[in-house]
Design a protein around this ligand. Structure first.
Ligand code: KG4
Ligand code: ZN
Length: 337
């Protein structure tokens, strides 16, 4: 008999609902919140209010796109962290109430693990990574190298000690006067820029850990000095600046990932999280593959940034193990393994 999981994601500024039948996605809907653009970043209070408004219509629509009745749902899986507490509470409250009303199990999903498990969605043309593999998990709030031994056994072997890679993109964009989220815009401008135009220093951090705060500071000082000489420096060089900043972030990410691959003797390498939508990072992975060094696993764009399909697939594996949550479970804000 098929297993139907309703997945709910509300950890940050996207309200998303998905329905999965076993490993196949039947619906994956996302309501984005444009409201944060005016503020240069996500405003937590506004995010939770928008989730409140969006959650029922998004879930209702997901069920109708999937063409299933609520009585067919086997379990409800939702993100219980990490994320913004007010945002998480909206998904949590809905999921608990709906599970109770339908007399079906409740499944709590770790958002960062779900980004990785998006690789296991049944998707024609997409290869599934074999265990063990390494996953570079890069989002707006996290940057991790994860050793993935199974669907449930994931060990963080390296992580940022300050800003996340997505944050580095967004903060660099903000310094250049671009709206939030700046990552996709830098990616777009970089497409017609020269990545060798400007050089930014790389951090020296021991082991497999990352640091991005120094890069942000060096971009800030570099532009401050240039703007003194030429007030239109950013407008004149937006493509080359974007390409050079993107190159610096990708080089930093790839350096530690290569180190991890050598250290663990693992050549199956995947990427996950919002920043894995970045074209230069995807190209850098492809180059490792072409060199014959790695087998690479790159998710489809729609499963890179926050979405509920990844929550539903994570929920599916937890369902198979009977890993259900009680009604008194509470969300968490910071990453826990
Ligand atoms: O995983 P995600 O959707 O949300 C979090 O869990 O944080 O990641 C969002 C992050 C943002 O920082 C955004 O700027 C970045 O992913 N991002 C990108 C691209 N698309 C999204 N960064 C660089 N290039 C992109 N194409
Ligand atoms: Zn995310």
């Amino acid at each position: 008999m098929s297993i139907f999981i309703l997945g709910i994601e509300s950890s940050c500024d996207d309200t998303s609902a998905a329905v999965i039948r076993d490993r196949k996605i039947l619906a994956n809907l996302i309501a984005n919140q444009d409201i944060h653009k005016d503020f240069g970043g996500v405003v937590p209070e506004l995010a939770s209010r928008a989730h409140q408004k969006n959650i029922i219509p998004v879930i209702d629509r997901a069920l109708s796109v999937a063409n299933i009745h609520k009585k067919q749902i086997s379990a409800i899986a939702y993100t219980n962290g990490p994320g913004l507490l007010g945002s998480l509470l909206v998904g949590t409250s809905f999921a608990k109430a709906f599970a109770l009303a339908l007399h079906i199990p409740l499944i709590t999903v770790n958002h960062m693990h779900a980004h990785i498990l998006a690789h296991f969605i049944d998707d024609p043309g997409q290869e599934v990574p074999p265990f063990p593999f390494l996953c570079l998990t890069v989002s707006g709030g996290h940057t991790q190298i994860v050793l993935v031994n199974s669907h449930r056994d994931m060990k963080v072997v390296g992580q940022t000690i300050d800003d996340a890679a997505g944050e580095a993109f967004d903060k660099a964009a903000k310094i250049m006067g671009l709206p939030y989220p700046g990552g996709p815009l830098i990616d777009r401008y970089a497409g017609s820029g020269d990545p060798g135009s400007f050089r930014f220093p790389h951090p020296r951090v021991p082991g497999l850990d990352y640091s991005f705060s120094g890069l942000k500071t060096s971009i800030l000082y570099f532009l401050r000095d240039k703007l003194k000489e030429t007030p239109s420096f950013i407008q004149d060089n937006i493509h080359d600046l974007s390409a050079s900043i993107q190159q610096a972030i990708v080089d930093i990410l790839m350096h530690k990932l290569r180190l991890a691959s050598r250290q663990f003797g693992i050549r199956h390498v995947a990427m996950a999280g919002g920043v894995s939508a970045n074209s230069s990072l995807r190209k850098a992975f492809q180059q490792e593959k072409e060199k014959g060094d790695w087998e690479v696993y790159i998710p489809r764009f729609e499963y890179c940034t926050d979405n509920a399909a990844m929550i539903a697939i994570a929920g599916y594996y937890q369902y198979l193990e009977g890993d259900f949550a009680p009604q008194d479970t509470v969300p968490f804000t910071r990453y826990q393994s």
